[in-house]
Design a protein around this ligand. Sequence first.
Ligand code: NAP
Length: 320
Amino acid sequence: MANRDFEIIIVGAGPAGLTAGLYAGRSKLKVVCFEKLAPGGEILNTEHVEDYPGFELIGGPELAQKFTDHAMKFGLKIEMEEVEEVRKDGDDFVVKTDMGEYRAGAVIYTPGGYPRKLEIPGEEEYAGKGVSYCALCDGAFFQDEVITVIGGGNSAVEEAQFLTKYGSKVYLVHRRQGFRAHAVALDKLKDNDKVEFILDSVAEEVVGDDKEMKALRVRNVKTGETTEVAANGLFVFIGFIPNTDLIKDPVEKDESGFIITDQNMETNIPGLFVAGDCRSQLIRQITNACGDATTAAVAAEKYLEAQEDAKKSSAAAAAS
Ligand code: NAP
């Protein structure tokens, strides 16, 4: 334990990583957070956040800066290094980055993930100007507007239902007739008067002017016919890809590839804690990422204390 570089290493400086860093810093632990890009994570790509308590409306980058400043004020070191590997080595963890190798007693793993993209023309151009990957975050910006949703899984079906709270009309575009979504949720959506299904169809292009999206061009895969659906919003729910590959030990995951933890955010690998978007959970929001990261930081501290106590007990037993 003496040769550890840090007590805790945090992987990823999104809301979860920065919150874990804040709590670990406040506990005066020797902690570092490695981030490959800029601190803030996914909220850096979010124009407005209006569901973080205490801030009715705040820019994503501004909230990211507040998280960063707050954590650093309490001693968190943020290093711009890309983590390549996390593995257990005896009682320690070894975290390999593009700049070196570091040992720690515990790891809080918070690198998030990313929504699968359609990769069609206009998708990137109109991101934040009509195109979104989060209904809870952005739905309210589409009050009384026409919204398109892509996907046939539970996320698409549930979020399409949610978006009918705001949109005057919601089109669900799915590439085949069959759905992966639960039948109950699907039936409920079919009963919703605001919803129209466009099946056997794929999105081909997001069309708009220099300010915002105006329509979605879709192609029927059976007839080849192309139509333009006039809409101001496009919500894409075709899967979310968690960043779990850096962990080299066999960490337990759910059927969708998200990491399973106990209520202390600890995985099946003792000392490896997970919070944020790559954790198996019901929703992926800033609020629960922060809450779970708080638990992870406190649990990691207790884990290190227990490890230290066990070491002292075995040293005392050996001496007697
Ligand atoms: P998902 O279940 O993998 O569904 C993705 C959907 O997107 C599928 O319908 C798929 O079509 C479609 N798709 C994939 N790539 C596409 C592309 N390039 N173009 C057009 N369509 C594409 O993903 P998810 O809905 O995000 O759910 C992820 C996991 O979380 C699932 O296990 C889901 O059950 C779970 N989840 C559960 C709940 C709940 O229980 N309340 C809520 C949300 C999510 P095909 O079907 O044709 O492949």
